[in-house]
Design a protein around this ligand. Structure first.
Ligand code: GLC
Length: 543
């Protein structure tokens, strides 16, 4: 399962990408229609968020049938066509596997509720709940019918955690993975996969809502190895990525070291918590640059030294747009978008682009709570009010942090509904669609810059294969790193602020070659001044 490290992944949130039926919801035919656009961007693999039958309490992460297509998105024939058209354009697909929990509408849960003991053992049932909290608010346990028992749900009440200790559960889930693999997909993204291994005896844990009691438990590695062996392990070039909630470098090295045969790479989220007050998401705080820089350096170096592999990203369907978090978008949207892109596309790991990022899309700037639909956001709003926040304060927090920020319809052009649909979309379009859309941006600054970054990774093995080393660690403004492969060296400098900054350029690079920058006419010398949000990559020609 050796992956091609030159590849770049593009994430599509199917509900919001392109609607071809006029029902206000994106669909598989919409994805097929846009495959040439993705090929033009240059990506190799497309990760799709869940499109399986689901009551949509958590937008498809509550699956009621693992082996079918939700008619809302199309049919199995559409899926097969999508794989075929993708192949013609050099684009493979990565599917989202939600194996930690299933919907309470799933027949396994329904049979369990009806008293079938075989299926009751598919879930985690206890007489006494622990003190763990659901990640979406409230207790992580709810009454299991009228049995007097409780079932575990680390997420919404409608998402019941599956009991991986039961071999029948593993067998069923591996069948699901093989079903989609046999349909021709070339990758999987495993949802909250480091939460699957629960201890036999569950105990109270007052720290951090109970997370240490169920996160990264040692048995998780065994389950991942079993899954690897039972499903994708022998497939050449197959790409797997685990979403690792609140994880550690130590564990991510184990999850991703090739010889352990677990997964090809891991997403961690520490760098996206640098604007949390006291580790709490539902707060407002300017991002802490030193913390971000330190995390990037630590993960970059330790994963490099230990032969692990990172998934590199700033955006996904659970995060507000990075531009709104890290950049002065009023004045420097294009500079900021291109700098952020270079800071991960030139780094060590596999870069992920979340739809709309390549055109510099922003948070939608909604005016009222009525515009939000995400279950986590709605719960958070109520909890903030209960905690004594005013309606205006609670709204401001939801507006900054809601997952709906990234889930708004893709902005294709300046026509009604941003060219996403002929009808009112399921989630309101962002306010900026008339100026920020694919039609205008394709010849703008951001989209072509992404194309160049993707090409560079394909052409230069120092980018895809080189080691990672921190640089300019004392800078309060610049996140910089070096890559090294054999005698070759590359320096990447990223100014994370709207102020200029002057550095002493490392001697090896003073006569180097500028590989890429988001400003024209860069002169190298002993002193180097970086402009607002400037990114600059220099190949050393001295060896
Ligand atoms: C992951 C998904 C998120 C979902 C949750 C529960 O974090 O990315 O969207 O709500 O898992 O499945």
């Amino acid at each position: 399962m050796v992956i091609d490290k030159r590849q770049v992944v593009y994430q599509i949130y199917p509900k919001s990408f392109k609607d071809t039926t006029g029902n206000g919801v994106g669909d598989l035919q919409g994805i097929i229609e846009k495959i040439p656009y993705l090929a033009d961007l240059g990506v190799d693999m497309v990760w799709l968020n869940p499109f399986y039958p689901s009551p949509q309490r958590d937008n498809g992460y509550d699956i009621s049938d693992y082996q079918a297509v939700n008619p809302l998105f199309g049919s199995m024939a559409d899926f097969e066509e999508m794989i075929e058209v993708g192949e013609k354009h050099g684009i493979a697909f990565m599917l989202d596997m939600v194996l930690n929990h299933c919907s309470t509408d799933h027949e396994w849960f329904q049979k369990a509720l009806a008293g079938d003991t075989f299926y009751q053992d598919f879930f985690i049932l206890r007489d006494e709940p622990t003190d763990w909290l659901s990640k979406f608010g409230g207790s992580a346990w709810s009454p299991f019918g009228n049995t007097g028992k409780y079932y575990l749900h680390l997420f919404d009440q409608s998402q019941a955690d599956l009991n991986w200790r039961n071999p029948h559960v593993r067998q069923e889930l591996f069948k699901v993975v093989n079903f989609w693999k046999d349909k021709g997909v070339r990758g999987f993204r495993f949802d909250v996969i480091n939460l699957i291994g629960k201890d036999d005896v569950l105990v109270d844990c007052p720290i951090n809502d109970g997370k240490p009691a169920y996160t990264d438990r040692p048995i998780t590695h065994e389950y991942l190895h079993m899954m690897n062996q039972a499903t994708f392990g022998e497939e050449e070039g197959f790409m797997t990525v685990g979403e690792m909630s609140s994880t550690t470098i130590e564990n991510c090295l184990l999850y991703t070291a090739p010889e352990r045969e677990e997964l090809s790479m891991a997403f961690n989220f520490h760098h996206l918590k640098v604007d949390y007050q006291d580790g709490q998401k539902w707060t407002i705080k300017a991002f802490d640059f030193k913390e971000l820089q330190g995390l990037f350096h630590q993960w970059g170096e330790e994963m490099s030294q230990g032969n692990g592999w990172n998934a590199l990203f700033y955006n996904n369907h659970d995060q507000p747009r990075a531009l709104n978090r890290f950049i002065d978008v009023e004045n420097f949207r294009e500079e900021g978008a291109t700098m952020l892109a270079a800071s991960i596309h030139l780094s060590r790991g596999t870069p992920y682009i979340y739809m709309g990022e390549e055109i510099g899309m922003l948070d939608p700037d909604y005016d009222s709570m009525a515009d939000y639909v995400d279950v986590e956001s709605l719960n958070a709003y109520d909890i903030l009010l209960e905690q004594g926040k005013s309606a205006a304060e609670a709204f401001a927090i939801v507006k900054a942090k809601s997952r709906d920020n990234s889930r708004t319809p893709m902005q294709w052009n300046a026509t009604a509904h941003a060219g996403f649909s002929t009808n009112t979309p399921w989630l309101k379009v962002g306010k900026t669609y008339q100026t920020i859309n694919v039609e205008t941006e394709k010849t703008g600054k951001i989209f072509p810059f992404y194309q160049r970054l993707i090409k560079l990774r394909k052409n230069l093995s120092i980018i895809s294969e080189g080691d990672y080393k921190a640089a300019y660690q004392n800078s309060d403004q610049v996140y910089a790193f070096e890559r090294q492969l054999g005698d070759e060296k590359l320096l990447v400098l990223n100014n994370f602020f709207a102020q200029e900054v002057t550095l002493d350029l490392l001697p090896d690079y003073r006569a180097g070659q500028v590989l890429i920058s988001n400003y024209p006419d860069v002169g190298l010398g002993q002193k180097l001044t970086l402009k607002p949000y400037q990114t600059l990559a220099i190949l050393s020609t001295r060896n």
